[in-house]
Design a protein around this ligand. Structure first.
Ligand code: HEC
Ligand code: HEC
Length: 297
């Protein structure tokens, strides 16, 4: 019997690795391109009188932070050049899509053009936006005439593809475990489904407004049930239970946390976006978060 030469072992080894690499590429390509169902939506853009409220909501939801103040798109992530994410030019999307299709992209996280999953678009948080809020938001989007260039497509590099494969290797493919907690990139429709399974505690009609604000705004970084999000780094909002009203108002309006601390991303978000909250909204949010903390989170 002849033993295989070192050369042959190397050759087969390299061939095997190349095959594995190709298989990984094919699987991640499938995950990136596979078609998701699109559900009907009833949303219709409101008239020009709603544009100002739509602009305020777009700030609170962070649309303008990712897509740009003029909505012409931004590169919002550049992971050492491995994966570049662009939030697309929404003035072009608005010209291309109907109200229903825009609402599908926003609330369901699925591209109306080819039904592929949107990646990096926080639709899990936006799924709870009401038809009334959506009407104002769409009026705002439609107030921009098409302008600027399309953003380049994402280049899902090695790191992103590994994240995709890791996500698929979660127990049960991430269907029952909370993918938002798994610290990996996930397709938006999967996150929408996970968020629906993990809503924040319902404390009745008295706290409905505060809960709704937390679900549609804070959950993006604090987790769908407000119990923390390892990807975005927001802690369990049980922490807000220790804030009295004055300190909470200061955090929302100026980004200065209790004890005069600066909180990095949180402080920046408050200064840039959350400052457009009304006094009533801050009061409702604070009351809900205190009640949630008292109920054990
Ligand atoms: C954290 C950043 C981020 C935030 C916040 C965000 N988006 Fe996006 N959005 C994205 C990215 C990234 C994509 C593209 C995803 C892809 O193509 O896979 C996207 C895609 C979209 C699309 C689909 C566009 C098209 O032509 O296919 C629409 C519509 C959209 N966003 C609207 C909104 C609105 C409205 C808001 C606020 C309610 C918002 N986005 C908030 C990052 C963001
Ligand atoms: C864009 C992401 C983002 C959004 C949106 C966001 N947060 Fe945060 N938040 C963070 C991060 C990150 C931290 C942790 C900061 C740290 O400890 O350095 C944090 C921390 C906090 C804390 C802890 C403060 C402390 O004393 O340590 C509170 C309270 C809080 N956020 C409330 C809110 C509320 C209420 C909302 C919704 C209105 C909200 N956040 C929306 C990212 C966010």
């Amino acid at each position: 019997m002849r033993l295989p030469s070192i050369g042959k072992i190397l050759l087969f080894g390299l061939g095997g690795l190349a095959l594995l690499g190709l298989a990984a590429l094919a699987v991640s390509e499938y995950a990136l391109r596979r078609a998701y169902p699109l559900h009907p939506e009833r949303a219709a853009a409101a008239g020009p009188e709603a544009v100002a409220e739509g602009r305020r909501l777009a700030k609170l939801y962070g649309c303008t932070s990712c897509h740009g103040a003029a909505l012409q798109g931004l590169r919002y992530n550049d992971d050492a050049g491995l994966v570049r994410n662009y939030a697309p030019n929404l003035t072009l999307s608005a010209a291309k899509y109907s109200d229903t299709q825009l609402a599908q992209a926003i609330r369901q996280g699925v591209s109306p053009a080819d039904r592929r999953a949107l990646w990096g678009m926080p639709s899990a948080t936006f799924a709870a936006i009401t038809d009334g809020e959506m009407a104002a938001l769409l009026a705002f989007l439609r107030s921009f005439p098409p302008a600027g260039k399309p953003t380049p497509g994402d280049n899902p590099g090695v790191a992103a593809r590994i994240a995709v494969l890791r996500g698929m290797m979660l127990p049960d493919g991430g269907r029952n475990s909370d993918p938002a907690r798994a610290g990996t990139q996930q397709p938006a429709p999967l996150l929408v489904a996970a968020a629906a399974r993990h809503p924040p505690r319902d404390l009745g009609p008295l706290h409905q407004k505060g809960r709704h604000l937390a679900m549609t705004i804070c959950a993006e970084c604090h987790g769908s049930d407000l119990g923390g999000d390892v990807v975005e780094g927001g802690p369990d909002l049980i922490l807000a239970g220790a804030y009295d009203r004055a300190d909470f108002v200061r955090l929302m309006r100026t980004g200065v946390a209790a004890g005069g601390r600066d909180l990095g991303l949180m402080s920046a978000v408050a200064r840039d976006d959350l400052r457009v909250f009304t006094d009533e909204e801050i009061a409702a949010l604070h009351a809900y978060l205190v009640a949630r903390a008292n109920a054990g989170g």
